[in-house]
Ligand binder design. Structure first.
Ligand code: GLU
Ligand code: ZN
Length: 491
């Protein structure tokens, strides 16, 4: 059932480069919002000046635009809860912290780091829970004054309830956290800076978020946040409701380790540079915890949106499989109509990817070869090396290919092939017949006979179908390249 009241948020911190785990979270929130006809809020959690950067912020926006994950409220589009960058909302958080203190939901904690560490160690050694022990929960006015006189600078700590917290995770089912496992926690630093633990739920409350869909790594903060929402409702911050939570499964990388942000495989920029289609990448990322149906791996974002619901997300860890990601991308490349494919390749047909002189680019040749390339590419960036033989004055010199293809007798084969090609009608079938015939004269099957021809003409042992390539390259240039190879062999 569609529910237009759905309000979800994507709220990354602008640190480092966007990674696939982040994109998966954005995608699931976006698909959920779109499925329900609800609202996606894009919020920037930039409260940690030491780690956040403007560059990273710009990259996040750029990534979302490139992915086509549009948002309804947030940077650049505004909305009723603006501003959407937490760095611009600091006064508001300080005000909430004060209200929490006044109402007794939070208290000043004067413990020093050394004291906390020492008590934690002692608790651990005694086999007791090692979280905050509540020392400052009930300080008297005199004790507080004494600490203040000592010059101690308190943090603000949230007072957790003494009862267990149970909630129904939309992915994992009912979960219960007992008080000893969720101690009182800091919400404002000694220097007055509000922490993630405060600002994230405060904004979820103020922005009237209905569903929090995020990675499982944040599960341990959920009972704290649920307790904080209740307190916020009591002091009149937000609309008084607690959102539902759904924790998306871990994404595993190589071995049995979680895929990390630092893993090269996880950098979104890398996928863009390699020429993944947004549809291909998103299709693959959607499979990290979800599926459209048991027998359909390839689908469009429209299909995903129509089908997506959070209850269908699987709690088991998902495995990131680059090969499958590439295969799905290849499928999406094949699904494009050939014009759209040719357009999508454009960036890779220019500098800095292409190293031919721009005036050498021949649009007719490109249009002729594009359909042959489309069925064979995994990523768009592969196009450059596949078609450069058409636009370079001389084919690339790839020594490994040369050594592999040019065997004893290759010169004789190439001479025969040259004669037959020179006489052939210039079309794919006739060119193939010419090379077949040349091979027969030297006792070589087509595969063996065509290898030296391919390397002579394209510079490489692998590439697009050879005879189509020769037809498009033309008689004159083909023969000139075979001649050049013969000269090199004669050395
Ligand atoms: N800014 C937090 C992060 O990037 C958001 C966590 C959440 O979704 O609650 O980890
Ligand atoms: Zn304390």
């Amino acid at each position: 059932m569609a529910n237009a009241n759905v309000r979800v948020r994507f709220c990354p911190s602008p640190t480092g480069n966007p990674h696939v785990g982040l994109v998966r979270t954005a995608l699931f929130n976006w698909a959920f919002a779109r499925h329900h006809g609800g609202t996606l809020v894009f919020r920037i959690e930039d409260t940690d000046a030491a780690r956040d950067s403007e560059e990273s912020y710009q990259q996040l926006l750029d990534a979302m635009r490139w992915l086509g994950l549009d948002w309804d409220e947030g940077p650049e589009v505004g909305g009723p809860h603006a501003p959407y960058r937490q760095s611009q909302r600091m006064d508001l958080y300080k005000d909430v912290a004060k209200k929490l203190l006044d109402a007794g939901h939070a208290y000043r904690c004067y413990c020093t780091t050394e004291e906390l560490d020492a008590r934690r160690e002692a608790a651990r050694a005694a086999g007791k829970p090692s979280g905050y022990d509540g020392t400052c929960r009930e300080l008297t006015a005199e004790q507080k004054e004494a600490y203040e006189r000592e010059g101690r600078e308190p943090i603000v700590r949230f007072r957790m309830p003494d009862e267990p917290i149970t909630f129904n995770d939309l992915v994992r089912g009912e979960l219960t956290f007992t008080p000893e496992n969720v101690p009182d926690y800091g919400i404002v630093r000694a220097n007055g800076a509000p922490l993630y633990t405060l600002v994230n739920p405060v904004d979820d409350a103020l922005m009237e978020i209905t569903h929090v869909l995020r990675g499982e790594d944040l599960l341990s903060s959920t009972p704290r946040q649920i307790a904080l929402y209740k307190a916020l409702a009591e002091i009149g911050v937000g609309n008084g409701t607690t959102p539902s939570f759904g924790h998306l499964p871990y994404v595993m990388g190589e071995g049995n380790k979680k895929l990390s942000k630092r893993d090269p495989q996880s950098s979104l920029n890398l996928y863009r540079e390699r020429g993944f289609l947004r549809e291909g990448l998103l299709n693959y990322l959607s499979l990290l915890g979800w599926s459209l149906s048991a027998d359909q791996d390839i689908f469009t974002m429209d299909e995903m949106v129509a089908a997506f619901d959070i209850e269908d997300v699987n709690a088991n860890p998902a495995r990131f499989d680059l090969k499958k990601c590439e295969a799905i991308n290849a499928d999406h490349i094949r699904r494009l109509d050939v014009k759209a494919f040719a357009e999508a390749c454009e960036p890779w047909l220019k500098a800095p990817h292409a190293n031919w002189a721009p005036e050498n680019f021949d649009r007719a040749a490109w249009e002729a070869i594009a359909p042959h390339a489309q069925t064979r590419l995994t990523v768009l960036s592969d196009i450059t090396a596949n078609v450069d033989f058409l636009f370079l004055d001389q084919p690339v010199e790839d020594e490994a290919s040369w050594t592999k293809a040019m065997k004893e007798g290759s010169d004789a084969l190439l001479r025969t092939a040259r004669e037959k090609l020179a006489e052939a009608e210039w079309n794919t079938d006739a060119l193939k017949a010419a090379v077949v015939a040349a091979g027969e004269e030297h006792g070589l099957k087509l595969g063996k006979a065509q290898a030296p021809v391919r390397v002579a003409v394209t510079g490489r042992t692998v590439g697009l179908p050879l005879f189509e390539s020769l037809e498009i390259l033309g008689r004159e240039r083909t023969l000139a390249r075979v001649d050049a190879a013969l000269a090199k062999l004669a050395g």
